[in-house]
Design a protein around this ligand. Structure first.
Ligand SMILES: *Cc1c(COP(=O)(O)O)cnc(C)c1O
Length: 421
């Protein structure tokens, strides 16, 4: 495979190509094909961007039909049929059946674009600046999002310019089992001498993705919601990675039965790997002046076309939800067995997650890297996350066939056993 030009010209900032140094040419469902014809099972799936797999035929057809009919590809934020169809599908298929009433902002297409929009709107709507986020949280790498992102590597890449406007609180479980991390936040809020500027908003992932697949307990999320309501702080759920069915519900916060003030979605929102994001906001929070927040690629038409097709195809009934829960139990069981096996070899390991957002924590990044490198040799693309990269994470397409799922899990098992036997 020719990789010289890639190594020579592409910036050192590249990441995933270091873990998987082959040239990929095609992909279908949960399988990637490299230039030499070797196939890989994809348990990374764009870090949660390909929940419906690669090139899903229904979405592909919708996209090809739209393009061949000369549908509008770019229209700034003008009204298009693609946008109307998308909003209709979102309201009918997702919001109404869940009793959710939101207005929709279509910012630039990336995750960090929509997080920036959410934070900015929280400030505009409340007149306060401080946004509370949590340890190990990840919300993107532009300055506003970075101010609420924990990871030091990203935070140190600003050339010394301090990020501002964010305050970190301990996430659920951060201080060890049995320690109530919300009690600390609550105490600071109630104390005029705590040094905590009254927050405009709290931004939180219900299951931290890049932070190591850390699920907040349902009870913790419900208490956080109540605390925010009581203190008149806006609750922003960053559902960029955990949303679109990853945890077994369309929105990850549905498990807790809460209704956040704002919701950010991106990653799998287009369903096809096309860049797309939206901000859902409680209607009375829509305090924007026309054009006060903009972007050239607001509501990318092609992404809205595939997003509409995805919502209508996958979310008109609960087939996918039930399938995710079923597959999640398979992954959970296999990861538990592997954790026990590793324990027998003296390696501290554990399993965690919600739905098909699951991790096998193998204690150290070094252990995790050894496993994922071996797995890649054996035909499985799987990545790590967490503060030390210690969590081997399964983010396989939700639509993966049982056959591919089991083959992927078998590869992972043989890799773990090869590395540590
Ligand atoms: C990936 C991610 C982001 C950032 O999205 P980008 O498209 O990479 O800017 C923000 N929040 C969460 C929870 C994410 O997983």
């Amino acid at each position: 495979m020719l990789t010289q030009i890639l190594e020579r010209m592409e910036s050192e900032v590249r990441t995933y190509s270091r873990s998987f140094p082959v040239v990929f040419t095609e992909a279908k469902g949960a399988r990637l094909t490299a230039e030499d014809g070797k196939q890989y099972i994809d348990f990374l799936a764009g870090a949660g961007t390909l929940n419906y797999g690669h090139n899903h035929p229904k979405l592909q057809q919708a996209l090809m039909d739209y393009i061949s009919s000369n549908g509008i590809v770019h229209g700034l934020d003008m009204w298009t049929k693609a946008k109307r169809d998308y909003l209709e599908a979102l309201e009918e298929v997702i919001l109404k059946p869940r009793g959710l009433d939101y207005k929709v902002q279509l910012p630039g297409p990336t995750g960090t674009n929509v997080v920036e929009a959410a934070i900015r709107l929280a400030r505009v709507a409340t007149g306060r600046h401080n946004v509370v986020s949590f340890t190990n949280g990840f919300h993107g790498v532009t300055m506003g999002s970075l101010a609420v992102t924990g990871n030091r590597k990203f935070r140190e890449a600003t050339g010394g310019i301090p990020t501002s406007g964010g305050t970190f609180m301990p996430f659920d479980g951060y201080l060890g089992e049995g320690v109530d991390t919300l009690a600390y936040f609550e105490k600071l809020l109630g104390d005029n001498s705590s040094g905590l500027d009254r927050p405009a908003a709290v931004i939180v992932e219900t299951v931290q993705g890049e932070g190591g697949i850390n699920p907040a307990s349902i009870e913790w999320l419900q208490r956080l919601d109540q605390l925010c309501k009581r203190e008149e702080i806006l609750l922003i759920i960053d559902d960029i990675q955990a949303g679109c069915g990853r945890t077994g519900k369309f929105f990850s916060f549905e498990h807790a039965g809460i209704k956040p003030d704002m919701v950010t979605n991106s990653k799998s929102l287009s369903g096809y790997g096309l860049p797309f994001s939206h901000l859902l906001m409680r209607p009375d929070l829509d305090k924007w002046q026309p054009g006060q927040y903009n972007g050239t690629f607001r509501g990318f038409s092609l992404a809205m076309v595939t997003a509409t097709a995805a919502l209508r195809h996958f979310w008109s009934d609960d087939t996918l939800e039930r399938d995710v829960q079923r597959k999640a139990r398979i992954v959970e069981e296999r990861f538990q067995q592997l954790a026990e096996w590793l324990g027998g070899k003296g390696i501290t390991a554990s399993e965690r997650g919600r739905g098909l957002m699951r991790a096998l924590d193998v204690g150290t990044g070094d252990n995790a890297d050894k496993i994922t490198m071996e797995a890649f040799k054996r035909g499985l693309v799987i990545e790590t996350s967490g503060h030390d990269g210690q969590a081997v994470k399964c983010l396989c397409p939700l639509t993966i066939s049982d056959e591919d799922l089991l083959e992927g899990l078998d590869i992972l098992e043989s890799s773990v056993k090869h590395v540590f036997s």
